[in-house]
Ligand binder design. Sequence first.
Ligand code: KIV
Length: 263
Amino acid sequence: MRTTLRTLQRMCDNGERISVLTCYDASFALLLENSGVDVLLVGDSLGNVLQGEETTLPVTLDDMVYHTRCVARGSSKAFIMVDMPFGTSQISPENTFENAAELMAAGANMVKIEGGHIMTETIRFLTQRGIPVCAHIGLMPQSVHLLGGYKVQGKTHSQAKRLLEDAVILEKAGAGMLLMEAVPSTLAKKITKTLVIPTIGIGAGRNCSAQVLVLYDMLGIYSGKKSRFIKNFMVSADSISEAVENYVKEVKSGKFPGLEHGF
Ligand code: KIV
């Protein structure tokens, strides 16, 4: 049976950490869930790691539908979360619903939307109509040009206050999970303690309910500079399955991320 949002909420309530990895195809979907990964994120990072794009901006809804179908066909146990790519959640709640419905029909169990309080109405609209939403705050790669690069967010007192307020507003609007990317560990801890829903961290310290990494990063396949929050699990493994199993073990035990992976 496939993991549900209720299962993830129960794990969070019981203090069991949730393991998440990005996944874009059927073969890896099966390998990851058999290695114990709870959530497969069909991330728009596929623009970078599969398509060779510099940013996630060129990724289309059709791309996401295609990869969601592949992941859904290859797996039967893991919960499937899917990114809404750039331009598909910004126009109106109604338009976002139409786009999200395509992803749900392709096999998504939840969609992920980048954006803070500006997404409140959209998240309310979708969740009231049966589409679970994970809100993505902090570093939002789809806004890279506005942010002026891939930088840590929420470092000043006022930015941190805004992020905490956004998290509370988005939970109230119906978000079922909240992903925080590249935010100070102390802020992520505070937000996690304040919310009831599970939080997912990437570059957000060790106190989130769940942890995610880009699959290619944790397998040591990266071009250019390695981000501080990445750990290459292939270094001490003999196979990809072993690397993924070690990732799951370290997330569950709280060993990963370590202090050195946070900001
Ligand atoms: O697309 C992606 O890979 C993401 C990251 C936060 C893991 O959204």
